[in-house]
Design a binder for this molecule. Sequence first.
Ligand code: SAH
Length: 406
Amino acid sequence: KRGTLREKPLRNHHPWIFSGAIARVENANDGDTVEVYDAAGEWLARASYNSRSQIAARVWTFEREEKIDREFFKRRLRRALEIRESVGVNSRSPLRAFRWVNAESDGLPGIFIDSYADFIVAQFLTLGAELHKKEVVESLLEIFDSARVDTPPSEGGAGGGLRGIYERGDVDVRKKEGLQAVTGVLYGAEPPDKIEIEENGLRFLVDVKRGHKTGFYLDQRLNRRRAAPYLRGEVLNAFAYTGGFGIYAAQNPDTRVVNLDASASSLDLARENFSLNGMDARAEFLVADAFQKLREFRAEGRRFDSIVLDPPKFASSQAQLERALRGYKDINLLAFQLLRPGGTLVTFSCSGLVSADLFQKVIFGAARDAAREGLIVEKLLQAPDHPISLAFPESEYLKGLIVRVL
Ligand code: SAH
């Protein structure tokens, strides 16, 4: 009975096998591709094994006939690209910027692949992913060679082949897998310090070698566009990173944007991005801790017409959840207090452990404590090139609310 219970997630095609669910391991070394059987000996899946991780096996395939070879990776990458094209990601624009592979959601646990103009930035975050790097890189090259992205503009294509593939493995989660941090060129040329991309008609410089994640928060692409019409008057863009929501706000010549971030280097790039879009005159940049700065604004009686709150992940584990919720409550309460009547709050959480329902409750609590009435006018989630697998609800992490204050 216990066995049956533990097998259920796998039968439902959830790709993670926790060490506690495993009764017996035979002839398997860390990194091996293993066959997974149920308690009665029936074949369930083919997975990559790593005894060092709490998630001891991650499923590559639930199809018995499917071998884990180069063709497998090529099929998965092709399927992922087709999905991107079907959801309107402009993968053929010369200044393209999109997530090509979103790990488990694309049937490739541990593998993230982002495309920035003529460079690809990849992350291999699990042992299984690490050991198949070569097949992935070779498949990317083959797909690029045959894809329409390679057709020069003179022949009706977008032009711009692939100049290089860069690895960003300087990520803490690799440690849990027994892997060292690693960065560098996997193919072709090293990316320049700044790559120019286009997003919804706006231009951004991306530092793929030193920026957060692979350089840019691609998951917010649609949300930035959805939020833009609500950003009016005096805008506070808190957790601004390299400008993001602020640049969208400044499309309207009547807005003034205060970009606030704890990272000076992120705001340096934000400043360049405002210039690149001809919007310098509409922006201000403040290097400060948002929790402190918002309190200062409150004390000074400073008010805003619109506020964006896009903080980093506050909760990476269940143990951090309480504290994370207090953090969200605190920052949103301050924001409600700083908003003029009729103003708009655009607020996000990218903590997967905080569900959309729970997040909404926290925002409600913050509004109530600030004695404000709010109306949710839009509910937001991650962009469609970060798809959410029905079988893997953990792949849903980004949620946002646009709240109009009465
Ligand atoms: N909205 C951005 C992405 C924000 S990422 C976009 O659309 O591109 C989160 C940002 O929060 C990072 O730039 C990080 O430097 C910043 N940050 C983290 N903790 C902070 C704090 N306590 N105060 C201010 N900024 C903080």
